[in-house]
Ligand binder design. Structure first.
Ligand code: ZN
Length: 131
């Protein structure tokens, strides 16, 4: 018996096997349907997690940007102020360690260096160092 083009192109969304039968079928069976739904749920949770971290990083950057005046090279802020502004110390994009062993924590192009007594030196990457 010939298989119509439509039936031929239908595959199970979960396992990718060709589907036979009703044209509106999306899965082989309940097992595949459940598998697929669980996968979709996991994907949703994952992207929410990633989105939250991205938002936190962007917020951190915005806070550092707010503290550092455009005309200045550096600024200082204490932990209390940063936290009140909603800064999350847990999240940063990368670290930069100088030859003298100081480690800067960066959120994109803005960074901070922990100083003594919970003070922080805020810095911005220089334009020529983006590449
Ligand atoms: Zn299947």
């Amino acid at each position: 018996m010939a298989v119509s083009a439509d039936e031929k192109s239908k595959i199970c969304l979960a396992c990718g096997k060709p589907l036979k039968g009703r044209i509106d079928k999306k899965f082989c069976d309940d097992y595949c349907r459940n598998n697929y739904n669980n996968q979709q749920k996991a994907k949703g949770a994952y992207s929410a997690y990633v989105r939250n971290i991205n938002n936190t990083l962007l917020k951190n950057r915005r806070i550092l940007e707010e503290i550092l005046p455009e005309a200045e090279e550096t600024a200082k802020a204490n932990k209390d102020k940063l936290q009140r502004m909603g800064f999350h110390f847990k999240y940063f994009t990368h670290l930069y360690t100088t030859k003298t062993g100081k480690t800067y924590f960066y959120c994109y192009d803005y960074g901070y260096l922990p100083l003594e007594n919970e003070w922080f030196l805020i810095v911005k990457k220089k334009d020529e160092s983006y590449n």
